[in-house]
Design a protein around this ligand. Structure first.
Ligand code: MCN
Length: 786
């Protein structure tokens, strides 16, 4: 393997197209399509008494109006509960259009189709829905104390309750270990709701030609959307194609499948025999997609004089909004990944997940981990303060050591498999991050503080992902994988992998993602899994193709396959560059059917004809067990997840008068195993840190007591600009994963995970007050000063 691009900072191949405005996003498609729009509930909780569409019927250009009653049985069923769990005793999902009751502002009630979006919106404005308002449940305290119910058949609004316990080595429960410890602390931590808010909202565009349905969706999971549409519309899978065009960010919210609109728009397209498109507007995105974070955590911890945690007990109250399409995955991730790089004596975690009349909760970049890391890292800081020790020393005292891997945390991970860390070097990471931020030489000054935060992140979850690789007679390499891209740079990294495995120039490699016509079996892009899953699947498929190419070339060159290598797309005998055959010719030789007008085929005949497909009289042109062509497919399915890790540190300054908070410096040490492209990983980390600073200082969903989201626009939902984000100093440590052939771990969510904990640590250091909630605004900090 001489064309080595794996590990190089190759420029992102998708950027020239995207940066010159040539991207094709959902709304760039279907300019002649009919438009769909939705009447959405203005109430957080209400019964629908009547829907009167009479006035809307006069709108010129109106094509159709649908309520739940108009939907056929299959389409009108509640949306699927995607990840059931035995602890989720009362899982509830929404109907595609509300049936009798609405449970949050923004829930779709009526669908309108018209010749354009303006007319569709005009018709929506004329539809009168008669609501009987019900008492809304807003906020965690309200959910457990008010006695009002979001779902009449869910007592106490409790959807799920789960306890997980890991006793100490000597058999003590967490409670016993805490009671017996020399020191104990207890405190409460609050994390508010936020959301993914990608630049491009959701959207779907469907065409029906009388036999087949083609759907474009701005999604993270095109194959699952396809399965959901086929099931809901009663179509065979082979009659449905789903294509993710360029997707302008997802950050988690586009993993929900199907969204109501993804079922309703194709259904109406089939019914009307017309193309239909729906593009979400920003307000719709805020009030009718999904949010996350939103958790209260009560911690009790017992520790010794060195700060070693002997027992920890965490009780979590999680607000999952009105519905649970993703079950309880968020609090499960919090409770299992809270442990971070540490080995605790005994651990007990308990959570209750409750319904409120607010937008549903589904994973948002980091997915429950920022909450868990906030909990664990605040705990470490509080222990250090209590003992008067350096915060990094306390962390180091609890670290899993490099010679302890694989390390079994004795819990069940989110995928139902044992929580076993595969590799890592946490002490070295701590040394690196301290050096990068200058921890030991930090110059103390009034209103300046330094903070730190560590995390471990399970990445590359299964069950599988696949890759298909084909070399054509022009020497080009065509790679496809079923998962989708939303900006992560997959066109570049997957091409790097294929170019390295096959020994071809990267310019000859093209990559297709998220198109069920090209690759039908896939899971999707979430949970920092694409690099591990599709990366390894593509490498395995390339290895199959490479082996076949060497076999055919060896025949043609009358050489031994073991003596061949591929460089710059040419197979040659090691040490004899003249004994060579280009991969383009090998691709021709791989197919016994030759076309006379094909120059490459003509050239190939100069070889002896002993290649597979050659003229040997003793065997058929395509040998048994072989296939024509130079292509291969393979799947990667891991036995369990691989665990990336990182440590971040920051310096902040607070204004003595206004309490404004500025992040002066931010440093990251990150370990995602073998790096495919360090530049892309850094970009992912920088984006994540920016999102994390948003979550720590600015972004929150503000509901009033009526369940109205009062900041549902980019005028009111505060996001950081580039001016609020410092340069992020980054260093990498590579502890290869022993679990997969490429030795990689995921990186896509890493940047965001510890940021709230790091910023809290630094503000606390600057101000000397407890920072026990996130986000924190200047006025809240001002109040804390007392
Ligand atoms: N990578 C690498 N070497 C590694 C690991 C990763 O070069 N050892 C590269 C990958 O090849 C990929 C990128 O880093 O180009 C992220 O890889 P991975 O960790 O596998 O994450 P995914 O590709 O599965 O992306 C999902 C992840 C998640 S969960 C969210 S949320 C998120 C994120 O990625 N949403 C994003 N990053 C995003 N970036 C953009 N621009 N837009 C989003 O919506």
């Amino acid at each position: 393997m001489t064309t080595r691009l794996f590990g190089e900072p190759v420029q992102r191949r998708e950027d020239p197209r995207l940066l010159t405005g040539q991207g094709r996003f959902l709304d760039d498609l279907g300019s002649g399509a009919l438009a769909a729009a939705f009447v959405r509930s203005p109430h957080a909780h209400a019964r629908i008494r009547d829907v009167d569409v009479t006035a809307a019927l006069d709108v010129d250009g109106l094509i159709a109006i649908y309520t739940w009653e108009d939907l056929p049985e299959r389409v009108g069923r509640p949306l699927p509960l995607l990840i059931p769990h035995p602890a989720l005793t009362h899982g509830r999902t929404a109907y595609p259009l509300a049936r009798e009751t609405v449970r949050h502002v923004g829930e779709p009630v009526v669908m309108v189709v018209a010749t354009d979006r303006y007319l569709a919106e005009d018709a929506c404005g004329l539809i009168e829905v008669d609501y009987e308002p019900l008492k809304p449940v807003v906020g965690l305290e309200d959910a457990v104390q008010s006695g009002h119910l979001v779902h009449e058949d869910v007592p106490g609004n409790i959807g799920a309750h789960l306890v997980q316990e890991v006793p100490s080595a000597s058999g003590l429960s967490a409670g016993e270990a805490i009671d017996a410890a020399p020191h104990t602390l207890s405190f409460r931590l609050d994390i508010e709701r936020s959301a993914s808010t990608p630049l491009e909202g959701r959207g779907v565009y469907a065409r029906w030609d009388g036999a087949d349905l083609r759907v474009y969706s701005s999604t993270q999971t095109s194959t699952s959307v396809r399965m959901a549409i086929a099931a809901a519309l009663g179509l065979p899978l082979t009659s449905v194609e789903v294509i993710a065009p360029d997707v302008g960010g997802g950050f988690g919210v586009k993993i929900v499948h199907p969204w109501p609109e993804e079922i309703l728009v194709p259904w109406a397209a089939m019914l009307l025999g017309r193309e239909i498109k729906w593009t979400e507007d920003r307000r719709e995105h805020f009030i009718s997609s999904a949010h996350e974070r939103g958790q209260v955590q009560h911690v009790r911890v017992g520790f010794d004089d060195d700060g070693r945690v002997l027992g920890m007990d965490v009780r979590i109250l999680h607000d999952h909004g009105a519905y649970t399409p993703y079950g309880i995955i968020v609090p499960i991730i919090t409770s299992t990944q809270l442990l971070g790089p540490y080995k605790l004596g005994a651990y007990r975690v308990e959570f209750s997940s409750v319904y409120t009349n607010t937008v549903q909760v589904t994973p948002y970049r980091g997915a429950g981990r920022p909450q868990g890391v906030f909990c664990m890292e605040r705990t470490m800081d509080k222990i250090a303060r209590h003992l008067g020790r350096d915060r990094t020393e306390v962390r180091a005292a609890n670290f899993i050591q490099p010679d302890e891997f694989p390390y079994d945390q004795r819990m069940t991970f989110q995928d139902g498999r044992p929580l076993i860390y595969d590799s890592g070097d946490y002490p070295e990471m701590l040394r690196l991050v301290k050096e990068l931020i200058g921890w030991d030489d930090f110059e103390r000054a009034p209103n300046r503080g330094i903070g730190i935060g560590c995390y471990v992140e399970g990445t590359g979850v299964g069950p599988y992902e696949g890759g298909h690789v084909q070399i054509t007679s022009d020497g080009r390499v065509h790679v496809s994988t079923g998962l989708t891209s939303q900006g992560q740079g997959h066109q570049t990294v997957f091409a790097q992998i294929a170019a390295t495995e096959l020994g071809v120039p990267i310019e000859r490699v093209s990559v297709v993602t998220g198109d069920t016509r090209r690759f039908g079996y896939a899971v999707g892009t979430f949970a920092s899994r694409a690099a591990v899953m599709s990366g390894n699947a593509i490498a395995l498929a390339c290895r199959k193709v490479r082996e076949k190419a060497l076999r055919i070339a060896a025949d043609a060159l009358e050489a031994n396959p073991a003596d061949l290598e591929i460089t710059e797309g040419i197979v040659h005998v090691v040490g004899d560059p003249k004994a060579a055959v280009p991969l383009s010719t090998v691709a021709v030789l791989a197919n016994p059917l030759r076309y006379a007008f094909d120059d490459e085929a003509a050239k190939a005949t100069q070889f002896s004809g002993q290649a597979s497909g050659g003229a040997s009289p003793d065997r058929p042109p395509v040998a048994e067990g072989d296939e024509p062509g130079l292509e291969g497919r393979d799947y990667y399915s891991p036995i369990r997840s691989t665990f990336a890790a990182g440590m971040h540190a920051a310096v902040v300054e607070t204004d003595p008068l206004t309490a404004e908070i500025k992040v002066l410096r931010y440093a990251v040490v990150h370990d995602c195993g073998k790096l495919i492209n360090p530049m892309i990983v850094e970009g992912q980390i920088h984006g994540g840190v920016a999102q994390g600073i948003g979550g720590a200082l600015y972004e929150r969903m503000v509901y009033d007591s009526h369940g109205q989201l009062v900041n549902a626009s980019f005028m009111d939902f505060l996001m950081p600009y580039a001016t609020e984000i410092p340069h992020v100093e980054t260093a990498h440590l590579e502890t290869p994963s022993p679990l997969n052939p490429l030795g990689i771990k995921g990186a896509g969510e890493a940047g965001v995970i510890p940021v709230s904990a790091v910023i809290a640590s630094a503000i606390e250091d600057a101000e000397g007050v407890d920072i026990d909630r996130m986000p924190i605004s200047p006025s809240e900090l001002f109040d804390l000063r007392g």
